[in-house]
Each structure stands twice: as structure tokens, then as C-alpha cells.
Design a protein around this ligand. Structure first.
Ligand code: HEC
Length: 111
């Protein structure tokens, strides 16, 4: 019960942040923050997805949309990222690059 209440509070707080992050002013501040998809992946996604905190997210036949939606809205233990943190263009570039990684036999990623 306690955990459920915490989760609900966390979701509400995240939703508020996502809404705040949606305004145009925030968008202008974040443009060009990421040099390229590798920069973004290594600074953010790799912290969880190359360390076993989150599942492997390449070579799994995900469509670019799945990356964009998950990053913007979060998924269970994964936080949502605002437009001030990852702008739309950088997110789309990353999503397309990750989606293009060929399917792998195993879901293990060796660093
Ligand atoms: C703080 C840790 C953390 C960070 C940072 C993070 N993720 Fe995640 N991510 C997770 C966890 C945990 C899950 C599993 C959530 C679940 O079970 O629904 C996940 C799930 C996902 C999924 C869904 C996988 C599936 O099986 O459908 C995608 C896609 C994804 N993350 C993409 C990204 C991308 C792209 C980034 C970088 C912009 C990123 N994540 C950054 C923790 C993180």
C-alpha cells in the first residue's frame, strides 16, 4: 500500500514535469544540447541500459516510435525525459539509430 501511494505520487510529479517541459520556451533552451545520438545514448541511456538496470534496447526489432514514446512518457522504473533534457530532434535521431541495429540472437549486451 505504501509503495502504491509513493508510485502514484511519483507518477503525478512526473506528469507535472512533463507538462511543464512541453512549453515552447523550454524547447528553445534545449536545442542543440546533444552532439549526436551516441553522445546522448552514452550520457543518458547507457547509465541504465548498459548496466543491467534496464533491459537491452537495441537489436530487439523496436520501431523508432517505441523509443520516442518510452523516453517521453517513461515506463515503470524508467523515468520520463522532458524536452529540456532531450529535444525532439535528438530523440528522433537516437530512436532511428537504435531501431536500425539488427536483431540479435541473445538479449545480453556485452560492453
Ligand atoms: C534511470 C534508468 C534509465 C535510463 C536513464 C533510461 N532508461 Fe530506458 N528503461 C529503464 C528501465 C528500468 C526500463 C524497463 C521498464 C519497464 O519494465 O517497463 C526501461 C525501458 C526502456 C524501453 C522499453 C523496453 C521494452 O522492453 O519495451 C525503451 C525503448 C527504453 N527504456 C529506452 C531508453 C532510452 C532511449 C534512454 C535514453 C534516452 C533510456 N531508456 C534511459 C531505465 C532507464
Amino acid at each position: 500500500m505504501r509503495n502504491q501511494a509513493k508510485t502514484a505520487a511519483c507518477i503525478a510529479a512526473t506528469a507535472t514535469l512533463v507538462l511543464l517541459g512541453g512549453f515552447g520556451m523550454a524547447r528553445a533552451q534545449s536545442a542543440g544540447q546533444w552532439k549526436n545520438p551516441d553522445h546522448l545514448y552514452s550520457k543518458i541511456c547507457a547509465n541504465c541500459h548498459d548496466t543491467g538496470v534496464g533491459p537491452t534496447i537495441v537489436g530487439r526489432d523496436f520501431k523508432p516510435d517505441h523509443y520516442v514514446t518510452t523516453v517521453r512518457h517513461g515506463s515503470k522504473a524508467m523515468p520520463a525525459f522532458r524536452i529540456t533534457e532531450i529535444d525532439d530532434a535528438a530523440l528522433l535521431n537516437l530512436a532511428e539509430q537504435l531501431a536500425a541495429v539488427p536483431h540479435m540472437e541473445t538479449t545480453e549486451v556485452k560492453p
